[in-house]
Design a binder for this molecule. Structure first.
Ligand code: NDP
Length: 327
């Protein structure tokens, strides 16, 4: 059977996703060919499909996958044909049965992880790694520090709840339903606030005795921005790393002055600047899973042909944790 890939020729709703036959060639120098067992589903794929993050069209989609290395190009030394491997990376195009891609983005998948786990954890787990371990407030993060993590029952969120607990952080979760709040608590959050029904900034004030949190991790964007700033303590760090509810409007810097706040807008792909860094970040994630600090659960599995349904459900906020397309 020929190879297939999900493609879009225009930005839009889930209906623009089409599955097309593709020719996957041989890897060139520095490249590998990987045959996917599973591809990760991420909210960033929704931004790419809908045009929130515009892409040159037509294009493939998807940034995370796991499978078997089939061939390696000249100069590739860390992978061999037959290796189990996984990645989260640009260039986009992981929703495919197989692909050729730069080897420097791809790492070996340890035997204690399934392909589904590999496809579900690389983008989300490496994001949590850089958020909790590399995006630090003034004075660093210490056990006992309060942090606020929005959309905590999502893919990134459930990994963050667990890893934060392992680091001794007191994570205050937000989520859009009581059931999602319970899930965040089950995964290590100390408190959970249903931000669909409660004023989360007021609740954060109560929980922290009026002081506020040291860091807010905000991937929700427009709808949480004001409350997030209000939830920070003096000199706290605002980490704005996504926009599921809409892009944050232009910020007047004066909004930071009353509490001397720090603001960063990071991206995983700035961190993954070389094979060595990618291996270090992935290695830290794999070690956290191996010692039991983080469990990687796949909450949604979709046949490859049901990619439209997968997008509909992710966008409708009916999913929890991580999801994969099965190839
Ligand atoms: P999630 O599984 O967390 O899904 C997104 C969640 O956002 C939803 O489940 C929903 O949870 C919440 N949400 C709040 N408001 C809305 C809204 N109006 N529409 C839709 N969803 C909403 O996705 P991922 O785990 O894939 O990613 C989480 C976030 O992290 C995304 O914003 C993503 O772009 C960002 N990200 C950023 C990276 C970076 O390096 N900058 C890297 C990886 C991810 P609820 O119902 O509980 O509100």
């Amino acid at each position: 059977m020929s190879d297939r890939a999900v493609r879009i020729s225009q930005a839009g709703g889930p209906e623009v996703l089409t599955i097309e036959p593709v020719q996957v060639g041989d890897p060139g120098p520095g490249e590998i060919r990987i045959r996917h067992a599973a591809c990760g589903l991420n909210y960033i794929d929704i931004y790419h499909r809908s045009g929130v993050y515009p892409l040159p069209l037509p294009t493939g989609l998807g940034m995370e996958g796991a499978g078997i290395v089939e061939a390696v190009g000249e100069g590739v030394t860390h992978l061999r044909p037959g290796d189990r491997a996984a990645y989260a990376s640009q260039p986009i195009g992981a929703y495919a049965t197989a692909r050729v891609m730069p080897a420097r983005c791809v790492v070996k998948l340890p035997d204690f992880l399934s392909f589904e786990q590999g496809a579900a954890m690389m983008l989300k787990g490496m994001t949590v790694q850089y958020l909790l371990r590399r995006t630090l407030p003034q004075g660093g993060l210490q056990p006992g520090d309060h942090v606020l993590f929005h959309a905590a029952a999502g893919g990134v969120g459930l990994i963050a709840c667990q890893w934060a607990k392992a680091l001794g952080l007191r994570l205050i979760a937000t989520a859009g339903s009581d059931a999602k709040c319970r899930l965040a608590l089950d995964h290590g959050a100390e408190f959970a606030i249903n931000y669909s029904t409660e004023n989360f900034a007021e609740r954060v004030k109560e929980i922290t005795g009026g002081r506020g949190v040291k860091v807010v991790y905000d991937s929700v964007g427009a709808s949480t921005w004001e409350g997030s700033l209000a939830s920070l303590r003096p000199f706290g760090l605002m980490v704005s790393f996504g926009n599921a509810s809409g892009v944050v409007p232009p910020v007047a810097l004066g909004a930071l002055s009353a509490k001397g706040l720090y603001l960063t807008r990071p991206s995983l792909f700035v961190h993954l600047d070389s094979l060595e860094t990618t291996q270090a970040i992935a290695g830290d994630l794999f070690a956290a899973v191996e010692r039991g600090a983080v469990r990687i659960e796949v909450e949604q599995r979709y046949p490859f042909d049901e990619v439209q349904r997968a997008h509909r459900e992710l966008e409708a906020r009916t999913t929890t944790g991580s999801g994969v397309l099965l190839v």
